[in-house]
Design a protein around this ligand. Structure first.
Ligand code: ADP
Ligand code: MG
Length: 484
């Protein structure tokens, strides 16, 4: 039988850019020394009351707008009751779908080999729990994270492959960064996903939930790479069970992705799920969200990656592929736009950024912030090549140096005594030297192997240690070999 994969995501992202926590005035920075970013409320001291952080609400509303969601008339919060050592109050303040979360019924277009669309069930604002740190001597609770604002978004099961799910997550991550809401760095634990996967008979109608397969949920998958692996593993596991008539063994259950074995492991059945006994948080009055506020937020939304991308393709003539790479990280996109402002050639700047800048970051395992190269340095380097002061090979060498050394291109060119040789007379002399040394190449050329010119040009480059202007060298070689 052919199966259709259905994937629904629940993505949690910590807001990192508010000054304080979502319901207290403690600093929103859990990287501080343990238990220093805390106020009595975060530790559930009796008599403390929450105050809602307007900036966090504003950011969540902005996200709600960008995801094409409907915003509620009133802002409510609810209590989700459960016990855990990292939750001293015994409840989490969150928003369930009743009365209304900060966004619902959204539709969002994202890129994955063309435009795809996903329905957003809801987006809501809540608080993070404290974290438990485990040591050989025992476990300790760090309250720095308690009350850090968290945005959760829940999609409908509209993804059909791991590629689509991961592309969506990458799109959303860059939007969080572009909107200045969060660094959305999974290495810092700011992004966590619950991944739901089921398979259904591909011949049936997917719009009827009765035809859907039993879904399995994987909790707290903490990198996009792991999301991809977990989905693919689960597709394989469920396909095998279905193919061997063990449909009943696919249970509504919660599993976790195990990094070590690279498999998913059962945690608990959904039947054992706790009843959270949600009710409206009585200590936060309901707030009206005026339309004028929504309008003001709408007008303040900066250019998003998709808009920047179209701009690059239409106005700077770069490829869809390169534009996609550049807009993926806001810092890279800002770098590119700065180069354009400095009047660098847009295509050349794009080439340098996509191949050399990002290539070297990858190869040398650098972080973008380690880089000392500035847009004006890149512009200077492009100009040096354009004015034929150095060859393109030399430019690559200069680039590797200026990436992290803090030096400017001119300084490196001077230091290394680089100069491009464009002197035609000198290049013609070397071309003849090469021809004298390669009589058999001349024979081959005469027999019609004209592409031997490339090899001979290469010999000129070798003799000049890469300093000859390659165009001048090729023209000279083509001319000189004809004379033989
Ligand atoms: P639960 O009550 O288990 O939390 P929800 O209906 O709230 O279930 O859905 C949670 C997530 O599971 C959503 O992202 C939703 O898209 C996804 N989901 C629901 N049904 C399926 C299914 N049959 N296959 C895959 N994902 C599903
Ligand atoms: Mg749920």
């Amino acid at each position: 039988m052919k199966y259709r994969t259905m994937i629904g995501l629940e993505m949690h992202c910590e807001i990192s850019e508010t000054k304080t926590k979502v319901f207290s005035s403690a600093k929103n920075d859990f990287s501080e020394y343990p238990n220093t970013s805390v106020r009595p409320l975060d530790m559930a001291f009796p008599g403390t009351l929450p105050t809602v952080n307007k900036q966090a609400v504003r950011m969540a509303l902005m996200m709600s707008i960008v995801l094409g969601c409907k915003q509620p008339k009133y802002l409510y919060f609810e209590r989700k009751n459960y016990y855990y050592p990292d939750l001293p109050k015994g409840f989490q303040i969150t928003q369930e779908t009743k009365p209304a979360p900060i966004g619902s019924y959204g539709v969002f277009e994202y890129e994955c080999n063309g435009k795809k669309s996903v329905r957003i069930n809801n987006i809501h604002l809540e608080e993070d729990a404290a974290s438990s740190d485990h040591y050989p001597s025992g476990s300790r609770i760090n309250y720095n994270r308690a009350g850090v604002p968290l945005i959760e978004l829940v999609t409908e099961p509209d993804f059909r492959s791991a590629d689509e799910a991961v592309a969506f997550l990458e799109n959303i991550r860059s939007i969080y960064q572009y909107l200045g809401i969060s660094e959305a760095d999974s290495k810092k634990g700011q992004v966590r996903c619950d991944v739901n996967v089921s398979l259904m008979d591909a011949s049936l109608d997917e719009n009827d939930p009765k035809n859907w397969g039993t879904k399995v949920e994987m909790k707290n998958v903490n990198s996009f790479g792991a999301v991809r692996e977990a989905i693919n593993y689960e597709i394989e596991r469920q396909t095998e069970l279905l193919n061997s008539n063990k449909k009943d063994e696919i249970e509504q259950e919660t599993r976790r992705w195990d990094e070590e074995s690279r498999t998913t492991i059962r945690m608990r059945s959904k039947v054992d799920a706790i009843d959270y006994k949600y009710f409206v948080e009585p200590n936060i009055p309901k707030f009206k969200i005026p339309n004028s506020w929504i309008d003001e937020i709408k007008n303040s939304i900066p250019r998003l990656p998709s808009e920047r991308k179209e701009d690059y393709i239409n106005n700077y003539g770069i490829t869809d592929y390169d534009a996609t790479i550049i807009v993926k990280d806001k810092r890279v996109s800002d770098f590119y736009e700065e180069c354009i402002k400095l009047k660098a050639n847009p295509k050349k700047a794009s080439n340098w950024i996509t191949t050399n800048l990002l290539g070297n970051i990858n190869k040398l395992d650098l972080e973008f912030d380690d880089i000392t190269l500035t847009p004006s340095m890149l512009k200077e380097l492009i100009d040096l090549v354009e004015k034929k002061e150095i060859s393109s090979n030399q430019a690559k060498e200069v680039f590797t140096d200026i990436l992290t050394s803090g030096k400017t291109p001119r300084e490196v060119v001077k230091e290394k005594g680089m100069k491009q040789m464009s002197d035609e007379v000198e290049i013609i002399r070397i071309a003849n030297e090469v021809l004298d040394e390669n009589p058999e190449a001349i024979e081959k050329y005469k027999k019609g192997r004209t592409n031997i010119v490339d090899f001979l040009t290469g010999q000129i480059m070798k003799k000049t240690k890469g300093t000859a202007n390659p165009k001048v060298a090729r023209t000279a070689m083509a001319k000189e070999i004809e004379k033989r």
